[in-house]
Design a protein. Structure first.
Length: 134
């Protein structure tokens, strides 16, 4: 089962359509609509994986495997300026500055999320790169 969660305001949509996903991505503005998560849940195996997207025109997007304490992949834009900071608003948790390369335009995130929705896995040929803790 797929579940789309958006915030703020919090909204939950079970089995979202592609139109729900598109509307949620395009609504992101880094102020009043800051984030969304697409969950894939398998109740029989208690498996749950998700993609979390935060931001506005440029977004930070990460893939979290089942029961992980941190993401295993994030979307990267190698054509973006390496020094330009992108400020992502995490609401009550504050803001984080990311190098522009560690963010992507909404349309790139949208395509990767739709791929996840259709195939129930992230794309091996997309903009995903392994997440490394420093």
């Amino acid at each position: 089962m797929l579940v789309l969660a958006t915030w703020p305001p919090m909204a939950i949509i079970a089995e979202p359509s592609e139109e729900h996903i598109k509307a949620a991505i395009h609504a992101l503005d880094n102020e009043t609509h800051m984030g969304l998560s697409l969950f894939q849940a398998d109740e029989q195996s208690e498996r749950e994986e998700r993609i979390v997207v935060m931001g506005g025109e440029r977004v930070y997007a990460a893939y979290w495997p089942t029961s992980a304490e941190e993401p295993s992949f994030y979307l990267r834009d190698n054509s973006a300026d390496t020094l330009a900071p992108i400020i992502i608003n995490y609401g009550d948790q504050g803001e984080l500055a990311y190098p522009a390369q560690e963010t992507v335009e909404q349309e790139i995130a949208l395509e990767e999320i739709l791929y996840f929705m259709r195939h129930r896995r992230i794309s091996a040929y997309g903009a995903w790169v392994p997440y490394e803790t420093t």
